[in-house]
Write a new protein. Structure first.
Length: 95
């Protein structure tokens, strides 16, 4: 009988510790998974920001080209190829 009582006491002592350890491991895994998810999210956002920066540069280049073409078209004389290029460019972006 005493042996059974001692075993039950040992099991009673182990169970709270086991649950505590399991809980710590589970929380640790959750933290690791959340950290990885956050890292992948930051990587995704970084790529989108780089893509947006590239688009902004393209828009700025197009605006500069549009301004240059506006200046060419208002000149009294110039090269015909520049005039045709600018005419097509302004027709395309004025729509």
């Amino acid at each position: 009988m005493e042996e059974l009582e001692q075993e039950q006491e040992k099991e009673a002592r182990k169970k709270p510790g086991q649950w505590k350890n399991k809980l710590i491991y589970i929380l640790f895994l959750i933290v690791i998974i959340e950290g990885l998810a956050f890292w992948f999210y930051c990587q995704s956002v970084g790529k989108k920001v780089q893509k947006a920066d590239g688009m902004i540069e393209q828009i700025e280049t197009l605006n500069q080209e549009k301004q240059r073409c506006s200046d060419i078209l208002t000149q009294a004389s110039g090269e015909f190829a520049d005039y045709e290029y600018c005419k097509k460019l302004l027709q395309r972006f004025s729509e």
